[in-house]
Design a protein around this ligand. Structure first.
Ligand code: BTN
Length: 271
């Protein structure tokens, strides 16, 4: 049976935590299928919001659009947090952006670098993906009943930890900065920053979230390819709307609201 490494000690993480809600009820495991599955099940069973699951390794970690998430032991942060926001299902994109702001802030505080966001759920360092957010939800009629906000951060990964086809697009804090940050400190900081950004989200202050997201989103002002199943089209990413959807001007001039599709930034220098 796998042992929990000392840098992910529950007691140490709790001793560093200043969050009021997020991570106060914390389960830390050496190994799990997916922390998002554990948190969705806990939500179903009535656990209170703020509950978090953290694992040293995931057997079946996953990302958006069913993609696998590299979840090797000893090198990453794989955690999910249970939230119960007052929300309609179509508004979860704004929550994903909020979590992205929290993760970017935690990386900035702990690693001393300034990540960017790639809409809707990626955190980038040097134009490569260092972290991702997977928001999954269950609804009761028109209202969200619970959400799992899953956060994966590549911390100590070397390029050999990523499959060859991912090596150009993925990075880790160590690869991008040469620094080895403490995973326990980073995850406690993620819970703290998410606690603060989630309080802003619940206060209804969308303007603050959208302003911060606009300022940090590398996607805006760029030429993008939007993929929806087999269908692909190109345009310019203009802005975020009030729900956090991406507004993209297609080549025929129409402005489309993109909610759940896959958006990639086309190469080329920023204007
Ligand atoms: C993405 O970039 O597509 C999202 C990646 C999210 C990965 C995290 S790791 C913790 C949680 N459990 C999962 O299975 N996925 C998320």
């Amino acid at each position: 049976m796998a042992l929990l490494p000392s840098d992910l000690s529950r007691e140490t993480i709790l001793s560093r935590l200043t969050a009021r809600l997020i991570g106060r009820d914390l389960e830390v495991l050496p190994e799990i299928g997916s922390t998002n599955d554990a948190v969705m099940a806990a939500g179903q069973q009535g656990k209170a919001e703020g509950f978090a699951v953290l694992a040293d390794r995931q057997r079946t970690g996953r990302g958006r659009l069913g993609r696998p998430w590299v979840s090797v032991a000893g090198v990453g942060i794989y955690t999910s947090v249970l939230l119960r926001p007052q929300l309609a299902p179509h508004q979860t994109t704004l929550l994903t952006l909020t979590a992205g702001l929290a993760v970017a802030e935690a990386i900035r505080v702990v690693a001393g670098v300034r990540p960017e966001l790639k809409w809707p759920n990626d955190v980038l360092l040097q134009n490569r993906k260092v972290a991702g957010i997977l928001t999954e939800m269950a609804s009761l009629g028109p209202q969200v009943s619970h959400v799992s906000v899953g956060v994966g951060i590549n911390v100590h990964h070397g390029s050999e930890d990523f499959p060859p086809e991912m090596r150009v697009a993925a990075t880790s804090i160590r690869l991008a900065t040469g620094r080895s940050v403490d995973r326990g400190t980073l995850v406690a900081t993620v819970y703290d920053t998410l606690d603060r950004w989630y309080a802003i989200f619940c206060s209804g202050d969308r303007t603050r979230i959208l302003q911060a997201a606009r300022a940090q989103t590398a996607t805006l002002g760029r030429d993008v390819t939007v993929a929806c199943g087999a269908d692909r089209w190109q345009g310019e990413a203009l802005d975020l709307d009030a729900d956090g959807a991406l507004l993209v001007r297609a080549e025929d001039g129409t402005v489309c609201r993109v909610i759940a599709d896959d958006v990639s930034i086309r190469s080329g220098l920023r204007p």
